[in-house]
Design a protein. Sequence first.
Length: 342
Amino acid sequence: MPTTTWNRHHILSLADFTTTEYDTVLQTAASFQEVLSRRTKKVPTLQGQVVANLFFESSTRTRSSFELAAKRLSADTLNFAAATSSMTKGETILDTAKTYLAMGTDIMVVRHREAGVPNAIAAEMDRLGVRVSVLNAGDGQHEHPSQALLDLFTICTLIDPASPRLELLKGKKIAIVGDILHSRVARSNIWSLIASGAEVHLAAPPTLLPKLFAEYISEELGVKSQESSPHFSTPPLFLHWQLEPALQDADFVMTLRLQKERMTAHLLPSLREYHQLFGITRTKLQLCKPNVKVLHPGPVNRGVEISSELMDDPEFSLIQSQVTSGIAVRMALLYLLGSGKA
Ligand code: NCD
């Protein structure tokens, strides 16, 4: 394992991640990727530590991936699912977290449908003066840092498997397409991709990429939004209400699920029309660089944001390697948070 300095106690957002932190995560994940290719895929790094997966919202890959990552590091794991917990009897989120604290939990991996819940648990742990780390596994429409980091790792290892690092993305054109408004994955990816020096193009219908979002992002990035068309376009971030300018010469295309559970109004005429205008297909990829690759965080609505055949096409699709990379990246995150506690 690389000897690293890691000072961050909770991982809640990528908004203030430094280049060194990104590179530390990428290098540590690369070491764990190597461990995972061995016959014995387990290391004793977090032996005796307890990792609690507190998932107040449904998940397939993120929850399983964190669980497997913790097990590969020899940690003891506790799995919580809201529907079968005492929350159904009225227990609050903070009391649930304190119950897991009393059992000796060292790292809490938290997912919740409301933005800010992992931050609230982290603040409570700090207030209590305990050395518990909180890792945000997706909070509402806010952030999903481990997903963006595994996306970053997937892309960087494709470019340089021996030495994945942030600077490899400098000057690459990356399109993020789909339900940006409701996507925590998009928000975390915007921070990491902008930090890498990539050119980031967001494409969605205006209802899923409103002007207010442009203003929020531009304010956070400290760049000035312009009134001209497209409605916001200041390097390195470009927003488009059409797909084509985003795809033109793109190196990577990140597609996003239509988050129907978070839509409060009818934001799209029909899924068929959405697929026609914004769905990614092999034909539309012809606008991109010849060796373009497509990512999707999953779960996928086949035939909506991406065509079924493209999703399964190993020449273009990185979807399966994203899932595989997720284990090494989450091992890295748990290791970096947990190693300070030993
Ligand atoms: C994402 C999530 O839950 O935010 N999925 C994931 O974690 N792999 C994206 C989504 O739900 O569409």
